[in-house]
Design a protein around this ligand. Structure first.
Ligand code: FMN
Ligand code: SF4
Length: 403
């Protein structure tokens, strides 16, 4: 069964005329397309916030080995807990996503695109295939796209392998190549050595749809929304203890308090921003801005009401990471299990402040020494919850001691 449409605000994407972004791009040189994207200050919507124009510049400059192609990969794995905004784009704005991929291909000189679709979104595949078929018929994919001699590009859909780590771009590429989805060492980066060892741009679904909007309406229009360092509008998937969970569009730079007000979460005790790998902030931090320069997020907002047990929240996230660690490197494989063990001790009231300090030191080691973003960010929720809710958490030890 398909989920109900969960959009709660009108989307700017509704105002973008179909095909206008690609048409504008085809009138520009490759360098000017990348120039427009760079001037928009668009930063990747998948979580890490890497500047899209910079990534495309690197891929455009990369050399292709003889007989090979460059690739554009759309990351539609959407595995971060609490994130469900790409699903809305794929369901209702697939043309904009494919248009963004086609613009990326033109900019970097790719001939092949791959959309890596989250396994649970398999129900969207027939719809996406029909949009691709229509685009081929209309000359928007295939050879000499829209009469542009020599511009050949097509897109294939591949199903995701069902692991959170497969959303990490190098694990995703391994998975696309038919291997177990395990992150690679970086460097080399995918822009030089990606899918089948060829230069590859990996971008999030929303990043690519935003590119189509930027080419249609211009970099200045996009930069006119948001903050100086975090340009544009952004989709948020809001869940948890609020009156109106769903998918919202807000300008970057909105404060947490403003967002909570809009979603009916005004009495929240805490908000997890950026999914399981993000941070958990208490009410005293609700004046902070959701932006790359303050609190960054790929779009996941989970609201916790006054009755929530914050240690239970931390345990829930840590169980997820123990399950999802690919096990390749020790800090992540052993560290997540140790942190979970520590949380269980805390739960039983067996944890001293010295032991808690050791867990925080272990968290720092994991953040510094893990091979990929999963292990580097998996302690974030634990650290922020222990930092901001220390009295609640150590209160258990005091209560156990009094018994
Ligand atoms: C464990 C892990 C899971 C990730 N999952 C996703 C995902 O589901 N979708 C996504 O777009 N990016 C995900 N990313 C980020 C990607 O590695 C990559 O930065 C992103 O696809 C780049 O696109 P962007 O620059 O357009 O944001 C994940 C990263 C990590 C470390
Ligand atoms: S950090 Fe975790 S998920 Fe990433 S490579 Fe190491 S074990 Fe695998």
């Amino acid at each position: 069964m398909q989920p109900n449409d969960s959009r709660k605000t009108p989307l700017t994407f509704d105002t973008i005329e179909a095909g206008s972004g690609l048409a504008a791009a085809l009138k520009k040189s490759r360098a000017d397309i990348i120039g427009e994207v760079s001037a928009s200050n668009l930063k990747g919507r998948g979580g890490a916030g890497f500047p899209t124009g910079t990534k495309w510049n690197l891929a455009a400059a990369a050399r292709v080995r003889e007989g090979g192609s460059k690739y554009v990969v759309c990351n539609a794995d959407e595995g971060e807990p609490g994130t469900f905004k790409d699903r809305v784009l794929l369901a209702d704005y697939a043309d904009l996503v494919f248009e963004g991929m086609t613009i990326a291909a033109r900019a970097i000189g790719a001939t092949k695109g791959l959309l890596y679709l989250r396994g649970e979104y398999v129900y969207l595949r027939p719809h996406l295939e029909s949009v691709l078929a229509r685009r081929r018929k209309a000359g928007e994919l295939g050879a000499d796209i829209l009469g542009t001699a020599g511009f050949t590009f097509d897109i294939e859909i591949r199903m995701g392998a069902g692991a959170y780590v497969c959303g990490e771009e190098t694990a995703l590429i391994e998975s696309l190549e038919g291997h177990r989805g395990e992150p690679r060492n970086r460097p080399p980066f995918p822009v030089n050595t990606g899918f089948m060892g060829r230069p590859t741009v990996v971008n999030n679904v929303e990043t690519l749809a935003s590119v189509a909007a930027i080419l249609s309406k211009g970099a200045a229009w996009f930069r006119g929304v948001g903050t100086e360092k975090s340009a544009g509008f952004k989709l948020f998937s809001v869940s948890g203890d609020c009156d109106a969970p769903g998918v919202y569009e807000f300008p970057l730079g909105i404060t947490i308090a403003e967002l909570l007000d809009r979603v009916g979460g005004g009495n929240a005790k805490a908000v997890q921003i950026g999914g399981a790998s993000g941070q958990c902030l208490p009410a005293s931090a609700f004046g902070r801005r959701i932006a790359f320069e303050d609190v960054a997020t790929g779009g996941s907002i989970i609201v916790f009401g006054p009755g929530r047990d914050m240690l239970h929240v931390a345990k829930n996230f840590m169980e997820f990471f123990v399950e999802e660690s690919c096990g390749q490197c020790t800090p992540c494989r052993a560290g997540n299990a140790k942190l979970l063990e520590g949380i269980e001790k805390l739960e039983r009231g067996e944890c001293s402040s010295t032991y808690l300090a050791e867990l925080l030191a272990l968290s720092e080691t994991m953040q510094l020494a893990s091979k990929c973003g999963l292990g580097q960010s998996s302690p974030n929720a634990f650290v922020s919850i222990v930092t901001h809710f220390q009295d609640e958490i150590l209160g258990r030890t005091a209560a156990a001691g009094a018994r």
